[in-house]
Design a protein around this ligand. Structure first.
Ligand code: PHE
Length: 366
């Protein structure tokens, strides 16, 4: 059955609504970005389609969150590979939250985020054509004696595998350069995943240690075939996003990503991915919020002229305890010719929880 026969036009329309495209630079290939795939998937999508053995630990109820006997919360974004290939995509990125039952500590949390990448190549795209129109090598070696070797699958020729691997490694190395800088040392380590062969992990030397950045490999041909792709070879990779962000921004604990503490969040507001951001440790003691409103002296010129003076005064009086100050409201009473402003002051001590007096001042002092 050809892949086209699998594709329902309505599915394609739905898919186009869900996904948008992304080009690296202004060049091909165009990766379709899929960031609203449903987080509840079938056990077929999460395990079987990816050739996960029946007795694999990841299938246990102690590892995966089951919704019922044949649905679960996706444990990885790889769960969407099959469906997206089946709907006709050859190059896509899936971004989403994934769920694993896990003990909670500094580096583990039951929910985190991944980005998945898949790229399929036709034989001509990958190997080009000889001038006489003959292919350089067969994608599927299809010789009776071909066998699975550490470096290739039984259905692939070594040429096709190597050519895909070069594409995969170049692509991921340049991604790594973007993230950690060209000067950071990288190394490829052999790995195992049920759905890729050969499989690799990419590690980068950053902040004095080797960090595992991603898992990847040449996709198992069986997986492509079951999605209706019979004439292509492909690679896939998966990256855990929190781990990378923790290293890049110096965030010491994965649980901080779930913090509503503005002392944490305000450090990232309005920042772009290319900005240098280094997280500054927030205190374990609670914030104290204090809103301060007052009329401006009638002689004051403009609202904005006052603001930085007020910021300075608040910081001078409050000293170290003032974590953030923000102008939150302005009001003008035209009849009376009076203007007022409200500032939100967030206090926090690094040493202790603040007392009532320290919060509100002894005699109404800030
Ligand atoms: N899904 C794998 C994981 O979560 C990562 C991966 C994706 C590996 C794609 C290979 C190919 O660990």
């Amino acid at each position: 059955m050809s892949r086209e026969e699998f594709v329902d036009p309505e599915d394609v329309e739905l898919l186009e609504k869900r996904c948008r495209g992304y080009r690296f630079g202004n060049r091909s290939p165009l990766f379709t970005i899929c960031e609203s795939e449903p987080r509840v998937v079938t056990t077929y999508q999460n395990f079987d389609s990816l050739l996960t053995p029946q007795d694999h630990v990841s299938r246990r109820t102690s590892d995966t969150y089951y919704v019922n006997s044949d649905h679960c919360l996706r444990a990885h974004t790889s769960a969407h590979q099959h469906t997206l290939m089946q709907s006709g995509l050859d190059a896509f990125l899936v971004i989403g939250d994934v769920y694993r039952r896990d003990e909670v500590d500094r580096t583990h949390y039951p929910c985190f985020h991944q980005i998945e990448g898949v790229r399929l190549y036709s034989r001509d795209e990958l190997l080009g054509k000889k001038s006489d129109g003959e292919n350089v090598a067969d994608l599927f070696a299809a010789k009776p004696d071909t066998e699975r070797l550490p470096e290739k699958q039984e259905t692939h020729s070594l040429d096709a595998t190597k050519a895909s691997e070069i594409q995969l490694k170049q692509f991921l190395e340049s991604l790594c350069d973007e993230l950690f800088g060209k000067e950071a040392e990288k190394r490829w380590v052999d790995a195992y995943f049920p759905f890729t062969h050969p499989s690799y992990e990419l590690e980068v030397f950053y902040n004095g240690q080797w960090l595992e950045v991603l898992g990847c490999g040449i996709m198992e041909q069986k997986l492509l075939e079951s999605a209706g792709v019979t004439d292509k070879i492909g690679w896939a990779f998966g990256i855990g996003l929190e781990r990378i962000a923790m290293v890049l921004y110096g965030i010491p604990d994965i649980r901080l990503f779930w913090s509503k503490d503005t002392g944490f969040l305000s450090q990232f507001v309005g920042k772009s991915p290319t900005d240098e951001v280094k997280y500054k440790q927030i205190s374990a003691h609670p914030q104290v919020i204090f809103d301060l409103s007052f009329f401006l002296p009638t002689t004051s010129v403009q609202f904005n002229d006052m603001t930085s003076d007020v910021y300075d005064t608040i910081r001078n009086v409050g000293g170290e305890l003032v974590e953030q100050v923000k102008l939150t409201d302005e009001f003008e009473n035209k009849k009376k010719g009076k203007k007022s402003q409200t500032y939100r002051i967030v206090y926090r001590s690094h040493e202790k929880a603040l007392t009532k007096e320290e919060k509100y001042g002894e005699k109404g002092k800030m």
